[in-house]
Write a protein that binds this ligand. Structure first.
Ligand SMILES: C[S@@+](CC[C@H](N)C(=O)[O-])C[C@H]1O[C@@H](n2cnc3c(N)ncnc32)[C@H](O)[C@@H]1O
Length: 218
């Protein structure tokens, strides 16, 4: 039966169910927040992206790069990209690639900017994903990371790590900017907007949100 349909694992089934529910609630999935997170949040003017190649890893179905009309290439990579076509991704102004973050179908050093927003804890293999992010980012290029840390594993977020996940990028990247936030609102993006910095003097183990801007070493 291989080739006629793809059997989804339980993580993918949960993830797809979530997005189908979001689609039912929102109608057209909203994506207006991404522009801010790719630009102001990381101190990058919109024209920084002019002529650049952008890759959004674990991009989801919202059309996370629709804002980037000035880019030369804007690609969202997601292991559910084909399924997302059925809930609106097909008509968005960006290219989707259906592939795993552990084995990306791109040449080394192809992208000027690579991002992973709320996806690094969703992958299957963290080590392979980090290696691939390093491989496909051009020397001198940027990697933008937003992710929740310190949570228990869930069906869609099987990978658990803490603030020191940034150290796993050290072979290929230098940290340019690092921020730690409390999860003070419902979701990751709203918590960053709320801007409550993480209180490291409070020893209770709890969710946090990591924001990091990395430079790919030459
Ligand atoms: C919570 S969604 C985040 C979507 C988007 N980045 C956002 O912030 O709105 C996580 C995404 O990661 C994708 N994902 C999970 N494991 C993956 C993998 N191994 N390779 C590529 N994408 C993966 C899921 O399919 C899902 O679309």
């Amino acid at each position: 039966l291989k080739g006629f349909f793809r059997i989804r694992n339980s993580k993918e089934t949960h993830e797809l169910d979530y997005w189908k529910k979001r689609k039912a609630l929102e109608g057209t999935l909203i994506n207006s927040h991404y522009r801010h997170f790719f630009s102001d949040h990381f101190g990058l003017p919109l024209d920084y992206y002019t002529g650049k190649r952008i890759l959004d890893v674990g991009c989801g179905p919202r059309g996370s790069l629709e804002w980037a009309e000035q880019a030369q290439e804007r690609i969202g990579l997601d292991s559910l990209a084909s399924a997302y076509g059925e809930i609106g991704a097909n008509s968005q102004k960006m290219r989707y690639v259906d592939a795993p973050s552990e084995s990306m179908p791109f040449s080394s050093g192809w992208f000027d900017v690579v991002s992973s927003f709320n996806s690094l804890d969703h992958v299957d293999d963290l080590e392979k994903t980090i290696k691939e992010i390093g491989r496909v980012t051009k020397p001198g290029g940027l990697f933008l990371l937003l992710v929740e840390v310190n949570h228990d594993p869930t069906p869609c977020e099987p990978i658990v790590f803490s603030w020191d996940v940034v150290d796993a990028f050290k072979e290929d990247f230098k940290v340019l900017e690092l921020r730690h936030y409390e999860k003070s609102a419902n979701g990751m993006y709203d918590s960053i907007h709320a801007g409550v910095l993480y209180d490291h003097s409070n020893p209770a183990r709890r969710y946090g949100i990591l924001s990091a801007k990395f430079l790919r070493l030459e």
